[in-house]
Design a protein around this ligand. Structure first.
Ligand code: GCU
Length: 396
């Protein structure tokens, strides 16, 4: 089986579109200007708008029987409309000062993270039907209790001193082309009367509301927040970070097309393939001609500068284009140049592939592991090591 050979993973040098405007990013102020332009272009051509702030976010907290976790009910109001959704919060033991937070969306959410029957099943949630998640008809069922716990190794994160806050993406916006407009954020935010949007933008908005919820918890230092997400939720985590500077660090696992994987490298999923299977994720775009878009995914990553970004990839997951992502990441690092004096070392794609490379260049970290499309305790351990090594940009 040669599917994950280097020859298949890397089809040759990537010619990123030479955009004259990028050449002007020499100072932090110029970077901010270019980021504003790029964010607008990506909103207009691919992801759609991230809606405005809600009027109110109210959080109530309840302990969960036999678990060290709390069940949060988050109530959001917008123009007299209300929406209620849940999340799970864990706090590290013995806190004597506010702690940093790792938060994000999970494919199954509270039910998938805990076995407790105290956690209600959201009948409106629609989640991925990929066999790995076990929700064959897109719905959360009893049989999914506890099954995504391995994707959030909570004890490891708590032992490293982080609080952990996780919700189910499909409760906020159904991951389903036929119902995503009917339930959750789309009606709450009256999206049909606002600029067009897609679910990646709405999930990013949801992640922002988790940050609002965290800000109501005295135990959490809301200036030290990292957001994590796997695959489609990695795309949403990156887009949330690109739009919200409260996020000091972002960890995107196998985020692939529309995430870290550049259109300029023809490996894995294309925007056209993504739009065909998941038309609700983005706005309608000319995915058949992605190279005509006025940006590529290195620009997407560059929106997060100067904050911290960590990418993990897997050798057998060519669909998410690990090597293209690595090269886009390297290219995006030009946006981290203002104010930097040291040169960074980016090993060649071949070296990365051969040695299962780990790269850590200040606030930019990357690793490639064996195996396939998933987020594993191994990936989290490397992300935690990366966070620990940070000189705490934004406090993380
Ligand atoms: C599909 C899709 C990817 C996505 C992945 C996931 O494979 O094509 O773009 O990242 O699902 O979210 O698991």
């Amino acid at each position: 089986m040669t599917q994950d050979s280097f020859e298949n993973a890397f089809v040759g040098k990537i010619d990123f579109q030479p955009l004259a405007e990028d050449e002007t990013v020499a100072t932090a102020a110029q970077r901010t200007l270019r980021q504003i332009q790029l964010r607008e272009l990506m909103t207009e051509h691919l992801y759609g708008a991230i809606p405005a702030l809600p009027d109110n976010v109210h959080v109530s907290r309840q302990s969960v029987a036999d678990e060290k976790a709390e069940h949060l009910t988050i109530k959001i109001s917008v123009a007299g409309r209300q929406f209620e959704v849940d999340a799970i919060l864990w706090l590290p033991p013995g806190l004597d000062e506010p702690c940093p937070l790792i938060c994000g969306m999970d494919f199954i959410g509270p039910v998938g993270l805990l076995n407790s029957l105290d956690i209600p099943i959201d009948p409106n949630a629609r989640i991925s039907s990929r066999p790995i998640y076990g929700a064959h008809d897109n719905r959360i069922t009893e049989t999914l209790r506890g099954v995504s716990a391995y994707r959030w190794p909570v004890s490891m994160l708590l032992n490293a001193g982080y609080a952990v806050l996780v919700s189910c993406y499909g409760s906020w916006v159904p991951d389903d082309a036929s119902t995503w407009r009917k339930h959750g954020l789309y009606p709450l935010l009256d999206c049909q009367n606002h600029p067009p949007t897609g679910t990646i933008s709405l999930w990013a908005w949801a992640i922002q509301r988790l940050l609002d919820a965290a800000a109501t918890c005295n135990e959490i230092d809301d200036s030290r927040v990292a957001v994590a997400g796997h695959s489609r939720l990695g795309k949403a985590a990156l887009w949330a970070a690109a739009n919200d500077s409260r996020i000091g660090a972002v960890f995107a696992s196998n985020s692939g097309c529309g995430g870290s994987a550049p259109a300029a490298h023809p490996v894995g999923e294309t925007l056209a393939q993504m739009a065909e299977r998941f038309p609700h994720w983005t706005i309608a775009h000319d995915g058949s001609q992605p190279l005509n878009l006025p940006f590529d995914q290195h620009h997407f990553l560059s929106l997060i500068a100067p904050r911290a970004v960590y990418l993990s990839h897997a050798k057998a997951d060519l669909w998410a284009d690990p090597i293209g992502s690595y090269l886009a990441f390297q290219k995006s690092s030009e946006f981290w140049k203002p104010g930097r004096t040291k040169d960074w070392n980016w090993p060649s794609p071949h070296e990365i592939w051969k040695s299962l490379g780990k790269v850590s260049n200040g606030p930019l970290g990357f690793h490639l592991r064996t195996g396939g499309h998933d987020i594993l305790p191994y990936d989290w351990q490397h992300f935690l090591n990366f966070l620990e090594a940070q000189e705490r940009p934004n406090g993380v």
